[in-house]
Design a protein around this ligand. Structure first.
Ligand code: BTN
Length: 323
């Protein structure tokens, strides 16, 4: 019945099919229809339901489950091994566990849906099924603790490059928010384990909004959040392709970094950065102030000039634009 419901929704193109009609047609209860719809959603179909109108198939199948993909990720390390979960609390947590168990560099955890997606600064990350890329990747660089933040910028540059490959024009807001037309489409959460001053492993968590419409976002983030769909509804790329491209971009920047250090990464990051001189409000653990961005250091630290002309080094903070 599920597949027939799917067929019916497809044949209905962009219109709505009411639960009642579907129930009549498939001779079951509206409750049963609702359950089938729910399962289809968990399989990754974006099905919208509107009160008094019914159900509508929004994005056709865009599987995130690697067993349904055309082939494995075409890289040497990053994403060579992908552990997929239809639902999970947070891929971040799972990646930590796997890293502790000794899984190799490049292992990726991928989920259709996260119940407890984590954002930076203790926030949560909205991660419903069918519409995004929610992944955490284990990295095992030989790095000092001090250099570790550079990895965050490396990942931001890799996400930006990935979007460029699909024809978008991304901007990075320090350290790692990726914006399209001023809306945040991707966020990166970097966490690490270290021994004294050496990094043991780093988990980079990447969230990328792909198929959401504006009204799919919770109200509290609707004015700031974006997706690839919002920019270009006709040609939103498939998640498989986005993930594979992302893995190969991370791999190539990672090698560049290991061979030539942070400078070439910094140059790429800067080429996508919001222009220096952008006004912003900085909220760090130590202080809150307004200023303009001046640049980033070779360690990836943000420099911001306050109203009195004093330059501050920002290692970690929340940054609001248009302050
Ligand atoms: C941010 O606050 O901007 C960072 C968001 C990071 C979200 C991703 S989604 C995959 C991974 N798992 C999580 O729980 N969070 C990260």
């Amino acid at each position: 019945v599920k597949d027939q419901i799917l067929k019916a929704l497809r044949e209905n193109n962009d219109g709505y099919l009411s639960g009642e009609k579907l129930a009549e047609r498939f001779r079951c209860s509206r409750m049963a229809i609702w359950k089938h719809i729910d399962e289809l959603r968990n399989r990754g179909y974006r099905i919208e339901s509107v009160h008094r109108k019914g159900y509508r198939l929004v994005a056709d199948l865009d599987p995130i489950d690697p067993t349904q993909w055309s082939g494995p990720v075409d890289t040497k390390e990053i994403g060579r091994e992908v552990l997929f979960f239809p639902e999970i609390d947070s891929t971040q947590q799972m990646a930590h566990q796997l890293a502790r168990e000794g899984r190799p560099h490049g292992t990726a955890v991928l989920a259709e849906l996260q119940h407890g997606g984590k954002g930076r600064l203790g926030r949560n990350w909205f991660s419903p099924a069918g519409v995004g890329l929610w992944t955490s990747i284990i990295l095992r660089p030989n790095l000092t603790l001090e250099a570790a933040p550079q990895i965050t910028l490396l990942i931001a540059a890799a996400v930006a490059r990935t979007l460029v490959m699909f024809g978008y024009d991304p901007k990075i807001k320090w350290p790692n928010d990726i914006l399209l037309a001023g809306r945040k489409v991707s966020g990166i959460l970097t966490e690490l384990q270290a021994d004294l001053d050496r990094v043991k492993y780093i988990i980079v968590g990447i969230g990328l909004n792909i198929h959401q419409r504006l009204q799919d976002f919770p109200e509290n983030i609707r004015d700031k959040a974006g997706s690839l769909y919002i920019i270009n509804p006709e040609q939103t790329p498939r998640r498989e392709l986005v993930f594979k491209t992302l893995c190969s971009q991370i791999e190539s920047l990672y090698h560049l970094y290991m061979e030539h250090g942070f400078l070439p990464i910094k140059a790429i990051w800067e080429s996508y950065s919001l222009p220096m001189g952008t006004r912003m409000k900085i909220t760090s653990l130590k202080k809150v102030f307004e200023g303009t961005s001046v640049g980033i250091t070779d360690q990836g630290v943000l420099l911001v000039k306050d109203e009195a002309g004093e330059i501050h080094q920002i290692h970690s903070a929340d940054i609001e634009l248009n302050a």
